[in-house]
Write a protein that binds this ligand. Structure first.
Ligand code: MLT
Ligand code: MN
Ligand code: ZN
Length: 305
């Protein structure tokens, strides 16, 4: 299985257009050792058939991401794409606005839960808008049973796991979360038995989730914030990581405390907010990750499993 990181930043990207936090200013001025990043998305393919890919989350940056990855354009016909389907893990704007950028293509094959579809047909009616362009075939991700396959990628098996998280600010589910607002995905290669656990939005880890994480070969998980009050401390906002549905990395029950307990698994952080000190390659926090054997995803990173 091949996993290409299309974008590794949280909503807003890095640097964010209106942000002058230490990281954004530093990367803009060239005074910080850090790489710009686009918003969170990955492409997955079974290695044997590199002409068919599934995109997991469609970021508003998708056009720039695709331009930088010609592998996703097989070029078989005058109009063509390697994107055979799109899976959405939630209905956040940074994960869904890119659907509108794909409107010139064939009918979109969109896989998401019923509650994500509800958001995308009512409060943010993207799927309805797209009916007037390419059209959308919705495939429901049911949570029981939760395993599914994609016709174009028969070697891969997908398992959706409901995880704690927050629906987007525009959603009626924001204050009363419903199961299926936010999922993690396990992607297994049926030929090699190797698997990826992908969860760019994770508000909590319980024992059941830890078992899923333990059994994967590689984790690509929520690295949004280092600390709960990071936005406040950076002077850019009043929201706490936990209010936004992201478990901070540091602290007694932070995500790192769980990752450290999984020594055999490859661990990579993604969906990194522009305020997060781990973006600064010279920071103490980045050093701490290196010492714990935890990687930081970057755009165009390739993971072979
Ligand atoms: C989130 O995951 O919380 C979002 O990235 C927030 C946003 O879209 O700005
Ligand atoms: Mn996000
Ligand atoms: Zn910033």
């Amino acid at each position: 299985m091949r996993v290409l990181v299309l974008g590794s930043a949280a909503g807003g990207g890095f640097p964010q257009w209106n942000c002058n936090c230490r990281n954004c200013r530093g990367v803009r001025e060239g005074s910080l050792r850090a790489s710009p990043r686009t918003q969170s998305s990955i492409a997955v393919s079974a290695e044997a058939d590199p002409t068919a890919w599934v995109i997991i989350n469609a970021s508003p940056d998708i056009l720039a991401q695709l331009r930088g990855l010609p592998e996703l354009q097989p070029g078989r016909r005058p109009r063509d794409s390697g994107i055979s389907a799109v899976i959405l893990v939630n209905s956040q704007l940074d994960h869904t606005l890119g659907l509108a950028m794909l409107r010139e293509g064939d009918r979109l094959q969109v896989y998401c839960t019923a509650s994500v579809r509800a958001d995308l047909t009512t409060a943010s009616p993207l799927l309805r808008v797209l009916e007037n362009y390419c059209g959308v075939d919705w495939h429901e991700i049911e949570l029981t049973p939760c395993t599914f396959q994609l016709p174009a990628l028969p070697r891969l098996e997908f398992t959706a796991i409901a995880v704690a998280g927050k629906a987007p600010p525009y959603s009626p589910y924001r204050q009363a979360s419903s199961q299926g607002d936010n999922i993690a995905l396990r992607v297994s290669d049926r030929l090699t038995g190797r698997s990826l656990f992908y969860a760019p939005s994770l508000a909590a880890v319980d024992t059941a989730l830890l078992e899923w994480m333990k059994s994967a070969d590689c984790l690509l998980v929520d690295g949004t914030f280092w600390s709960d009050d990071e936005m406040i401390r950076s002077g850019v906002g009043l929201k706490r990581a936990r209010d936004m549905g992201h478990l901070p990395l540091s602290g007694e029950r932070g995500l790192l405390s769980y990752l450290r307990a999984l020594p055999k698994v490859r661990k990579i952080l993604t969906h990194i907010n522009n305020t997060n000190p781990i973006l600064d390659e010279d920071s103490a926090e980045r050093r701490e990750l290196e010492q714990a054997g935890i990687e930081v995803a970057h755009d165009r990173m390739e993971i072979r499993l």
